[in-house]
Design a protein around this ligand. Structure first.
Ligand code: NAP
Length: 285
């Protein structure tokens, strides 16, 4: 029987509607909306598309946008000063430094300066440490969105064998930590993993974040598994995931499509994180 298709667009739309409602309540209570500052250095067109999308989505749910676009030749000192100014600005609850930054700047340094209480990307060393320790903090957007999609797909995480393919700091590592927090038994695979198909076949929950089009084949999937495809691989014809969807859909119990699966959740989770950061600003440190 063909798998249930997990509709990421619908889940993201519900989450945005919920955030909009909660933002309205926050604004009524505190007399000002949560604020999200984006910092786009230079004029990289792809980055501009991402930042425009984040600003537009923020406005739609009632979050105040602070859109900073310093020139590509901004000095390291001025870029650092901008991040620190935003850290100190009480109207700003979330700060997002869009990567990559121009070559003369260090993206890791700049993002690392963002206050952990405003780190809505959840990617600074402090946020990563809080996640690893299981302490409260802001969590990275894409892995958090995957947890929502797993729930939508009917996955039971407690005690389940979860396999994550990919160990990036952006996705694979925080995904594994979140799954552990949900009491899954987690295996993280990467380019040196021996017999990857055999490891994948153990998975009740299989999450692919590799960046190789249709690498995961149907016969890598345990019958009835829930499959989440994070990959976004542009081909001349279309956007492809890391999973061979047509094969996998015949074996899995639920699966995310590409596009329309994980992608729409990332911005929705960014909006939720901004609201969480705004609430944190009104609670004791
Ligand atoms: P990344 O930093 O390039 O990491 C890729 C990971 O895949 C690495 O851990 C790498 O192993 C592993 N890998 C590469 N080839 C492999 C192979 N043949 N077998 C097993 N593992 C292999 O990528 P990323 O940033 O995590 O992103 C992964 C994919 O997810 C990309 O397609 C990206 O576009 C997509 N993505 C989508 C969203 C979204 O919002 N939808 C968000 C984030 C990422 P090593 O560590 O050994 O090199």
């Amino acid at each position: 029987m063909a798998a249930r298709i997990i509709d990421g667009k619908a889940v993201a739309a519900r989450l945005r509607a919920q955030v909009a409602q909660d933002v309205a309540a926050f604004t009524a209570e505190h007399g000002r909306p949560p604020g999200l500052a984006t910092v786009l250095i230079g004029d990289d067109p792809a980055s501009a598309v991402y930042v425009n999308g984040k600003q537009k989505a923020s406005k739609e749910v009632g979050i105040a946008g602070f859109d900073h676009r310093p020139p590509g030749d901004i000095s390291r000192e001025s870029a650092i000063a901008l991040v620190q100014e935003l850290n100190d600005d009480p109207a700003v609850n979330g700060i997002l430094v869009q990567l990559p930054v121009p070559d003369h700047l260090d993206g890791v340094e700049l993002t690392g300066l963002v206050s952990p209480r405003k780190d809505v990307d959840g990617l600074t060393p402090i946020s990563a440490g809080l996640l690893a320790l299981g302490r409260p903090g802001l969590r990275p957007c894409t892995p958090t969105g995957v947890i929502d999609l797993l729930a939508e797909g009917g996955a039971h995480l407690e005690g389940a064998e979860a396999v994550v393919i990919g160990r990036s700091n952006l996705f694979g590592k925080p995904m594994a930590q979140l799954l552990l927090q949900h009491n899954a038994t987690v295996t993280v695979c990467h380019s040196r993993t021996h017999d990857l198909p055999a490891v994948c076949r153990r998975a009740d929950i299989l999450i692919a974040a590799v960046g190789r089009a249709e690498m995961v084949r149907g016969d890598w999937i345990k019958p009835g598994a829930v499959v989440i495809d994070v990959g976004m691989n542009r081909t001349p014809e279309r956007l492809l995931g890391d999973v061979a969807f047509d094969e996998a859909v015949e074996v899995a119990s639920a699966i995310t499509p590409v596009p329309g699966g994980v992608g729409p959740m990332t911005i929705a989770c960014l909006l939720r994180n901004t609201l969480l950061a705004a609430r944190m600003a009104h609670s004791p440190a």
